[in-house]
Design a protein around this ligand. Sequence first.
Ligand SMILES: O=C(CO)[C@H](O)[C@H](O)COP(=O)(O)O
Length: 218
Amino acid sequence: MILKSELRKNLEEGLPVLIYDFDGREEEVDMMFYGGKITWKSINLLRKDAGGLICYVTTENYGKKLGLDFMVNIVKEKYPNLAKKPVYGDEPAFSLWVNHVATRTGINDYDRAKTINELHNVISLINQDETLAREKFEKEFYSPGHVPILLSRGLNKRKGHTELSISLLEYVGLEKSAVIAEMLDDGKSMSKEKALRYAKYNGFLFIEGNEILKEVSL
Ligand SMILES: O=C(CO)[C@H](O)[C@H](O)COP(=O)(O)O
């Protein structure tokens, strides 16, 4: 059972939560942070202890309000021969890759934290002033950059870490803004058992996709 208050407290304190998707899907664990609590130290931990691709996550609906499309739609139009699906079947959640204009190269921990902090600010502005949020996004970001944006289609359409992380934020009542990276290990994805031991050792929450499905209404 997921303890809502404990989960919200951890996320608001800037602690990561580990999410395992499902047997028969990627069978991977992603490290997830709340997008509103990212510092350069969170990027450092994602890079060193998780090791996978560090992605910013929000919803398809918010993405549309900023004029963002799924990369797969762009690829289908421009490079139709490359528009294949990964082995586990889902259409990827990728949209554009961006940097904030105040970054230098965009890749170090400070730069990626800056890009993500400013993405979170844009996302938080959407519900107050949609037009201003889009203007701010177009004025302050450029693409291609070093932070991929993933857009959640909702768990009723796709059951990836993208959708699981957004559902957890909705469940605890936080803004739909997350940062995730896969946990890797010596040339492979980290096993669920090893990620569980890592979570226990560090006092981080470990949540399975099936537990999330039980708590949220699809
Ligand atoms: O692979 C990815 C995007 O597609 C990301 O790296 C991330 O792990 C989320 O993936 P998914 O939502 O497919 O589990």
